[in-house]
Design a protein around this ligand. Structure first.
Ligand code: FIX
Ligand code: ZN
Length: 444
């Protein structure tokens, strides 16, 4: 048995073969680059949703992350900005964030990465070339190109049954591109009940603001009908930093009496996205949301009280991440996912992913893109893969120092779990295995 020095570490020859740092690093990078992803949370839409399916330079540059950055980089007021037409907004963002200053933020570097990957001039002083390029793209071919470049096999959408444009597409019965999966989003029902009531009533459900037994049963009928239409992989809701449960509010009553029983009835996971402060600056519109530290024990309580429900959970505050790891160690029906929104920055993804490896092994979902524009998949996944590769390599190198080699096939298995397997089992996308909290049942 020979001992090999690795980064000052030692590794034993054996079945798995001795590894040196260079070989290990190469394996991790190659596997990370090649493994396709199931993107568990996006705001993308399948082509069948027409105008809702955003792509191209004007949408890319009008990403709300960049709109927020524009107001720090120029004297333009939100009121003046919203008066401009879309091309003028795009040109202004390009001029202020990419020409007059260095694009160093995650969101501006992302645009540079997309343009560079597509072979476009990242130092251009105007957008003529970019506009010509995107105008020339055939939608279906371009979708194939982006999914291949980003190594994304499946996309989970965010679907709002109270959005009239979207509802019409679902009600048409058109066949949706099978790579796009639905997630039934409950924000407007759980966070805006009084406004949701007339919309649900208009769809034929006898609900009222004062929640009674009939309203509960009609809400469940509403959910059942939309589950039948959308076939969602999970139900989801974003919740504020001060989310409490139980509490005497419509949200808590609907969660307890309508949503959670529906999850159990349909064996559907519930995605909790906690910590957003909506409209901290309303003048910025969709760019005006903020973050607040939430109470992770609320998610833990939901897991404890609903052991038959599988929860996906992501928190928006960096300060909640360690607590989320601890909660996930206590409850096997809690699956942490993603480095959400303001956390989707390489410095923070690195920190969160490392503490997840240390506390959860490979039993978590490291990232989702939250992409709103198709082209963003190219940079969001490129940036994430680099960071996760570093964290995974360091974890393997630590394992080597502790005396256990890893093989290429083990690296492939681990990355496949992280990038798709954990999620697909959790939501039953691959019926071969279904995750029952605490038990993995091998289907026949
Ligand atoms: O609640 C959500 O799904 C958030 O991701 C969005 O509201 C947010 O605007 C976003 O797209 C962040 O990346
Ligand atoms: Zn989102």
């Amino acid at each position: 048995m020979t001992i090999k020095q690795i980064d000052g570490a030692t590794s034993r020859d054996g079945d798995g073969g001795a590894r040196d740092a260079r070989e290990l690093r190469r394996d991790v990078d190659e596997v990370m680059a090649a493994t396709f992803v199931t993107d568990v949370h996006t705001h993308l839409y399948a082509p069948q949703f027409g105008e809702l399916a955003l792509r191209g330079i004007d949408e890319l540059l009008n990403y709300h992350y960049l709109i927020a950055e524009l107001f720090r980089a120029s004297s333009v007021t939100p009121e003046a900005f919203w008066q401009l037409n879309r091309p003028a907004q795009t040109d202004l963002i390009w001029q202020k964030l990419f020409v007059e200053q260095t694009p160093l933020s995650e969101a501006t570097r992302g645009v540079i990465a997309v343009l560079s990957t597509l072979g476009l001039d990242t130092g251009a002083t105007d957008l003529r070339e970019a506009r010509e390029y995107f105008r020339a793209q055939h939608a279906a071919d371009y979708l194939e190109q982006v999914l291949k470049l980003a190594r994304v096999s499946d996309i989970v959408m965010t679907n709002d049954p109270l959005d009239e444009i979207e509802a019409r597409v679902w009600e048409s019965g058109v066949e949706i591109d099978a790579r796009f999966h639905a997630a039934l989003r409950l924000d407007r029902i759980l966070n805006g009940w009084s406004d949701a009531v007339p919309k649900m009533s208009a769809q034929g459900y006898q609900v009222q603001v004062e929640i009674d037994e009939r309203t509960i049963s009609e809400t469940r009928r509403f959910l059942n009908d939309w589950i039948a239409r959308m076939k969602p992989l999970y139900l989801g809701v974003s919740l504020p930093d001060d989310f409490a449960y139980p509490e005497e509010t419509p949200r808590a009553r609907l969660l307890r009496d309508a949503v959670l029983p529906t999850c159990r009835e349909h064996d559907l996971s519930l995605a909790l996205m906690i910590g957003v402060k909506r409209r901290v600056n309303p003048a910025l519109r969709v760019a005006g949301d903020g973050v607040g530290r939430a109470d992770v024990s609320v998610a833990a309580r939901l897991c404890a009280e609903n052991t038959g429900v599988r929860f996906l959970a992501t928190f928006l505050s960096r300060e909640n991440q360690h607590e989320l790891c601890v909660a996930a160690r206590k409850f096997s029906n809690l699956m942490p996912f993603g480095c959400w929104w303001f956390l989707n920055n390489t410095s923070i993804i690195s920190e969160i992913t490392r503490e997840r490896f240390e506390m959860l092994g490979t039993s978590f979902i490291p990232q989702h893109s939250d992409a709103r524009v198709l082209d963003q998949l190219i940079y969001k996944w490129a940036h994430t893969r680099l960071v996760i590769a570093d964290a995974l390599y360091d974890s393997y190198a630590g394992l080597l120092r502790d005396g256990r080699a890893v093989t290429r096939s083990e690296i492939e298995r681990d990355v496949a779990k992280l990038f798709s397997g954990n999620f697909r089992q959790w939501v039953g996308l691959d019926e071969t295995q279904k995750v029952v909290p605490g038990v993995i049942v091998q289907m026949a």
